[in-house]
Design a binder for this molecule. Structure first.
Ligand code: ATP
Length: 282
């Protein structure tokens, strides 16, 4: 048993996201290119004889079964029949309900950490199985730094992004519920099913050309100021700007690190009400 462990849980962006249709169980079939980025939550795990204790000094997130970290710890202890406990301290840096997958990434980091700490010896596939019951994006964070996702986001195919992307993210500091965005999209969905396969990306221009998010129209109509944020990124030199997941975080892709860092610095000064981040693809 390892006494203490620290893990970084990265955020993700969706380079493209297409909604193929609504399933009879209410979920939506999607295809998406998902990419982890260098914006992280930090989780520290301390072993204790029993019970799960969660602390998150810098946010108002729930600290019991409503938190995905708590549920992930509970799930892996039940799966292994282990009776020991853990104290987890979360430093939340990824904006919440922001389209960046923070909760799912925290859950994945928890599964990985406890597997290591308690020497459960569970394989990646097993962890992904436990994770899939916690949230559709959890398996992705266990799978690898980028992937082509289909189904409700749980079917993953290897896709190694050949490029280091330089990204500026703007989070407008209000949360957006994924459920509400999908509900609003339902009104617009046709019954026609669309097929889609993995596009080939070998240079930056390919990514810029393929960037697309079907959820954008729904989120943008609920919050028209998101259109202005996209324009802001483009005016600061982004080659393309788009909302991530169900939003409201908008990201722009830049030609190089210097131009992205400069834009992030300038945007930070001019947009005090928003949170601005520079990040790179992992
Ligand atoms: P999703 O598309 O899965 O909703 P998201 O990136 O838009 O992802 P998250 O930051 O993962 O949103 O949070 C979604 C909801 O999950 C929030 O309403 C939040 O209260 C809840 N939640 C539970 N545990 C966590 C956690 N550890 N971090 C962030 N949110 C959490």
């Amino acid at each position: 048993m390892v006494e203490m462990l620290t893990k970084l849980a990265p955020a993700k962006i969706n380079l493209f996201l297409r909604v193929l249709g609504k399933r009879t169980d209410g979920y939506h079939d999607i295809v998406s290119l998902m990419q982890q980025i260098t914006l992280y939550d930090e989780l520290t795990f301390l072993s204790r004889p029993k019970g799960i204790v969660l602390q998150c000094p810098n946010s108002n997130l729930p600290l019991s079964a409503d938190n995905l970290i708590f549920r992930a710890a509970d799930a892996v202890f039940s799966y292994t029949g282990c009776s020991s406990g853990v104290e987890i301290i979360l430093t939340k840096n990824i904006p919440v309900a922001a389209g960046l997958g923070g909760g799912s990434s925290d859950a994945a980091a928890t599964l990985l950490a406890l597997n290591e700490m308690c020497r459960f010896g569970l394989r990646k596939r097993e962890l992904m199985n436990i994770g899939s019951k916690l949230g559709a994006d959890v398996p992705f964070f266990l799978f690898g730094s980028s992937a082509f996702a289909s189904g409700i986001g749980e079917k993953l195919k290897a896709w190694k992004n050949p490029l280091k992307l330089n990204i500026v993210l703007i989070n407008p500091s209000f949360p957006l519920s994924t459920k509400l965005v999908y509900e609003s999209l339902n009104l617009r969905l046709t019954k026609k099913r669309i097929n889609y396969s993995i596009p080939r990306f070998s240079e930056l221009g390919d990514i810029i050309r393929e960037m697309h998010n079907d959820l954008e129209t729904a989120s943008l109509s609920m919050h028209p100021e998101l259109t202005e944020i996209k324009q802001l990124l483009l005016r600061h030199g982004a080659l393309s700007a788009m909302m991530s997941g169900s939003g409201p975080t908008v990201f722009g892709i830049f030609t190089d690190e210097n131009s992205a860092k400069k834009a992030a610095g300038d945007l930070n000064k001019t947009s005090p009400q928003a949170r601005v981040y520079f990040a790179q693809s992992l």
